[in-house]
Design a protein around this ligand. Structure first.
Ligand code: NAD
Ligand code: TYD
Length: 349
C-alpha cells in the first residue's frame, strides 16, 4: 500500500492523472493537493471523488509550513507534481505569480519531501511534470530531445525551466530520487478555455470571433490528455531515477490549419452550413516573444518505456468536441465571473 501525493489534481491534466491512478492503483491512497486557483475545478473529479482511496487537501504549494504538515500527515512514497500557473499569456501580464507558484512552490515541495524522507530515499520518488516550452523555439526543422539545451522565452517557460533545474539539482546535491518529463501541448476534456482549442470551441458555440495571433503560422505538437496521463503513469512505473523523458504526440499542426479543421468539425456537429465558423476567424496582434514551433522526438519514451500515443489528432479532437458539447454547463460555470474580466483584458485590441 503506497501513498501517492499528486499536486494540481483539480486542473486539466492533473484531474486525468488522478482518475487514472485511482483506477490503476485501487490499493494505494491518492492525495490530491490543490489550492483551486481559477484553473482548479473540483467538478473535474466529481465522478471519482467518493472513491475510498481518494483524499483532497486544499493547500497552496507556496505555503511551506502547510506542506510540511501534509507530508507529516500522509508520509507519501511518491510525489507527482503538476500544480503550476500554466498559461503563457497570463505569465506575460503577471510574471511574479509564475515565480511564486512554479519556482518557489516547487522548491517548497522538494524541501518538504527531503525533510520527510530524511531517513531514507529508498522506494521514494519525486516526479516533476514539465513542458517542452523550456527548450524555446524550433526553426522549420528538427525536434526537441532529452539533450536539447534549455532556452525558455516566456515568463511561463522560464519559471518551468527554473523548477526543472531545482528538481535536477536536488538529485545531484542531495541524492533525491527524481524523474522529469517534458511534454508537448495537451488538449482534451476539462481544459480551461483560455488555451487555444477550448477557447476556439467556446467562441464558436457563442458566435464570438476566433482570435488568431500573428499570421497563425505557429506550430505546436498536440497530444490528447489521456495519452499524457498514460505516459506519466508509465514514467512513474518504469522511468529511471535521475532521467528526463520527452513526451509528444507526433502530431504537428500550424495553428491556422488546426483552427480551420476545428471550424469544419464544429459546423458539422452543430449542423451549420459549412464555412460558417471559419467566418469568425480574426487575425489579432501577436503574442510577444511567441515561439514559432514546438515538436517532440518521443522515441526514448517508446524505445525505453514502451509508451506511444493511442489517439490520432483526428480521433482525439472528435472526442474533445463531443465532450465540450456534452458539458456545456461545465463551460458555462467556468466562463462566468472572473473569466469575463480575463477575456476582455486579454483580447481588448
Ligand atoms: P492547469 O492550469 O489546468 O491546472 C493547474 C492546477 O494547479 C490547477 O488545479 C490549480 O488550481 C493548481 N495550482 C495552481 N497554483 C497552485 C498553488 N500555488 N498551489 C496549489 N495548487 C495550485 O494546468 P495543466 O494544463 O493541467 O498543467 C499541469 C502541469 O502540466 C503544469 O505543471 C504544466 O506546466 C504542465 N504541462 C502542461 C501542458 C499543457 O499543454 N497544458 C503541457 C506540458 C506540461
Ligand atoms: P496555447 O494554447 O496558449 O498554448 P502554448 O502557448 O502554451 O503553446 O496556444 C497555442 C498556440 O495558439 C500558440 O501558438 C498561441 C496560439 N493562440 C492563438 O493564436 N490565439 C489564442 O487566442 C490563443 C489562446 C493561442
Amino acid at each position: 500500500m503506497k501513498t501517492i501525493l499528486i499536486t494540481g489534481g483539480a486542473g486539466f491534466i492533473g484531474s486525468h492523472v488522478v482518475r487514472l491512478f485511482l483506477k490503476k492503483y485501487p490499493n494505494n491512497t491518492i492525495v490530491n493537493i490543490d489550492c483551486l486557483t481559477y484553473a482548479g475545478n473540483l467538478e473535474n473529479l466529481s465522478d471519482i471523488d467518493d472513491l475510498p482511496n481518494y483524499i483532497f487537501e486544499k493547500t497552496d504549494i507556496r505555503d511551506a509550513i502547510s506542506l510540511d504538515e501534509l507530508f507529516e500527515k500522509y508520509n507519501p512514497d511518491t510525489v507527482i507534481h503538476l500544480a503550476a500557473e500554466s498559461h503563457v499569456d497570463r505569465s506575460i501580464t503577471n510574471p511574479m505569480e509564475f515565480v511564486e507558484t512554479n519556482v518557489v512552490g516547487t522548491v517548497n515541495l522538494l524541501n518538504s519531501a527531503r525533510n520527510n524522507w530524511r531517513e531514507s530515499f529508498e522506494d521514494k520518488l519525486f516526479y516533476h511534470v514539465s513542458t517542452d516550452e523550456v527548450f524555446g523555439a524550433l526553426g522549420q526543422t528538427g525536434l526537441f530531445t532529452e539533450e536539447t539545451p534549455y532556452s525558455p522565452n516566456s515568463p511561463y517557460s522560464a519559471s518551468k525551466a527554473a523548477s526543472d533545474h531545482f528538481v535536477r539539482a536536488y538529485h545531484e546535491t542531495y541524492g533525491m530520487p527524481i524523474v522529469i518529463s517534458n511534454c508537448s501541448n495537451n488538449y482534451g476534456p476539462n481544459q480551461f478555455p483560455e488555451k487555444l482549442i477550448p477557447l476556439m470551441i467556446s467562441n464558436i458555440l457563442n458566435g464570438k470571433k476566433l482570435p488568431v495571433y500573428g499570421d497563425g503560422k505557429y506550430t505546436r505538437d498536440w497530444l490528447y490528455v489521456e495519452d499524457h496521463a498514460l505516459a506519466i503513469e508509465t514514467v512513474y512505473r518504469k522511468g529511471t531515477i535521475g532521467e528526463t523523458y520527452c513526451i509528444g504526440g507526433w502530431n504537428e499542426l500550424q495553428n491556422i490549419v488546426l483552427i480551420n479543421q476545428l471550424c469544419d468539425l464544429m459546423d458539422n456537429k452543430l449542423k451549420l452550413e459549412l464555412g460558417t465558423s471559419k467566418k469568425l476567424i480574426t487575425f489579432v496582434k501577436d503574442r510577444p516573444g511567441h515561439d514559432k514551433r514546438y515538436a517532440i522526438d518521443a522515441r526514448k519514451m517508446e524505445k525505453e518505456l514502451g509508451w506511444k500515443p493511442k489517439e490520432s489528432f483526428k480521433s482525439g479532437i472528435k472526442k474533445t468536441i463531443d465532450w465540450y458539447l456534452d458539458n456545456e454547463a461545465w463551460l458555462k460555470n467556468i466562463t462566468s465571473g472572473a473569466y469575463q474580466d480575463y477575456y476582455s483584458s486579454q483580447y481588448k485590441k
